[in-house]
Ligand binder design. Sequence first.
Ligand SMILES: *[C@@H]1O[C@H](CO)[C@@H](O)[C@H](O)[C@H]1NC(C)=O
Ligand SMILES: *[C@@H]1O[C@H](CO)[C@@H](O)[C@H](O)[C@H]1NC(C)=O
Ligand SMILES: *[C@@H]1O[C@H](CO)[C@@H](O)[C@H](O)[C@H]1NC(C)=O
Ligand SMILES: *[C@@H]1O[C@H](CO)[C@@H](O)[C@H](O)[C@H]1NC(C)=O
Ligand SMILES: *[C@@H]1O[C@H](CO)[C@@H](O)[C@H](O)[C@H]1NC(C)=O
Length: 412
Amino acid sequence: MLKICLNIGQSEGADDFKQAESRRWCSWSRRHCLFFLMVSAAVLFFYNINIKITPEWNPKQWISFKSWDQGVISSNTNDESITTTELTTVAQSVSEINSSPFVQTTNITSTEVTVTSTQTTQNETMPPTPIPYESQQLYLVEYPYDYHFIINEPHVCEQQKPFLVLMIPVAPNNRRHRDIIRNTWGGENLFSKVVKLFFLLGRHIGEGAENLQIQLLQESKEHQDLIQSDFMDCYKNLTIKTMVMLEWLDSYCANASYAMKVDSDIFLNVPNLVNMLSTAPKTNYMTGLVTKDAAVLRDPKSKWYLPVDLYPNSQYPHYVLGLGYVFSMDLPKKLVEASKHVKALYIEDVYLGLCMQYLGINLTEPPAWDYFNVFPVPYSRCAYSRLIATTTRENTDHLWIWKNFKEPGPYC
Ligand SMILES: *[C@@H]1O[C@H](CO)[C@@H](O)[C@H](O)[C@H]1NC(C)=O
Ligand SMILES: *[C@@H]1O[C@H](CO)[C@@H](O)[C@H](O)[C@H]1NC(C)=O
Ligand SMILES: *[C@@H]1O[C@H](CO)[C@@H](O)[C@H](O)[C@H]1NC(C)=O
Ligand SMILES: *[C@@H]1O[C@H](CO)[C@@H](O)[C@H](O)[C@H]1NC(C)=O
Ligand SMILES: *[C@@H]1O[C@H](CO)[C@@H](O)[C@H](O)[C@H]1NC(C)=O
C-alpha cells in the first residue's frame, strides 16, 4: 500500500515541478493519501473476493453454512431430527478423516486443481495443503444393490391413482418432522387433484433400534404413509435412499403423473406446485432449483468433498438441488437403469445429475426463478403464497405458520 504512495513521488523524479507537486500531495495532505489508500484497499479486497468466489460458485458451500447453523440449534433440543443425524455423521466422518494417519501421496494433481484458480491469493496466505489419500469407498455407496422393503404401501397408488406423489426422506426416529408435515402442507385436501405423500426411511442402527421399529410399525398402521427399506439410514447413504425411492415409484406408483422429492424441513406450497405441473411436460421432465457449472468442492473438510481420482471434472454436472426436485413419472425407470452405468456417489442430487447427463435429458428451469428457495424465505403470507418450496430454519414454528397461512383473507 505504501508503495503506491511512494511511487507517486518517485516516478516523476525528472520533472522538478511535478515532483514538488506530488510530494506536496502526499506530505501536505495526508488525508488525501489515507483516503486513497483506503479506497485502493477496498478495491483490492473486493477484487480478491471476486476472483475467489466467481469461478468456485457452489451452492453447497453456502448451504453448508446454513446446515451447521441448524445443527447447533437442533442439537440443543432433544429431538433427533434428520439434520442432527446428518451432522453427527458428517462430524464423525470428518474427525475420522482428520485423525486417520495421512498417507502423503506424491501425486500433486489434486493440489494443482485447487490452487490454480486462486493462485494469486493463496500463495501469500498459506502454502497449498497436500490432499490426503482417501479410499474411494468413503465417497461411493452400495448401489445398485438388492435392498428390500420392510414397511411398504404397495396398493395405495393403484387404488387412488394420484396425480402427484410427494416423497419425503426422513430419519426413522424423526417422528416430529413427520407429524408436522402431516398436520400442515402434507395434510391439505386439494379436491382438484389427488396428491399422495410418503415418508421414506432406512433402517435405524444402534441403541433402541428394536423399540423404534415397533413404533414405526404402529405409526405405519395409523397413517399408511411409511416406506422403509433395509439399508442403513445415515447421511452418507442418502443416495441409496433416493435410488430406492425411484425403484419404489417405478414398481408401485408408475401410474401417477409426477413425483417430487422434498426434504423434511421444507415448506411446500402444494397448490402452486400442482398449478405449475398442470402445464408441465409429461415426459423427460425434471425441475427445481437447477444448478449449472458449480465447482466441485476439493477441500477434504467440506461436507461435500469429492476426491479427484473419483470425480476428475472440476465442475459438477447440471443438477437440481436436493431440497426439492419434481419429475415426470417416466423418469424413475430411466434413472434406475442409468444408475447401473454411473458410479454411485454419496451426494444424491449430484448423482441424479450425472444419471440425467448419462441419459442425455436436459433439466427444465421452473417458470419463475423464485419458486424454489435454498435459503429460508422469512415467513409472510404474501411471500409464501407465491413460492413453491423454501427451506426453513430449525426453530421455525411450522404449525403456527400453517395456521396463519390458512386464515381467510387476501395474501398480499
Ligand atoms: C496419480 O495420477 C495418475 C495420473 O494422473 C493417476 O492415474 C493415479 O491414480 C493418481 N494416484 C493417486 C494416488 O491419486
Ligand atoms: C506462487 O506459487 C507458484 C507455484 O506454486 C510459484 O511459482 C510462485 O513463485 C509463487 N509466487 C509467490 C509470490 O510466492
Ligand atoms: C397402471 O394402470 C394400468 C391400467 O390402468 C394397470 O393395468 C396397472 O396395473 C397400473 N400400474 C400400477 C403400478 O398401478
Ligand atoms: C450404507 O448402507 C449399507 C447397506 O445397509 C451399509 O452396508 C453401509 O455401511 C452404510 N454406509 C454407512 C456409511 O453407514
Ligand atoms: C439440451 O440442451 C442443449 C444445450 O442447451 C441442446 O443443444 C440440446 O439439444 C438439448 N437436448 C435435448 C434432448 O433437448
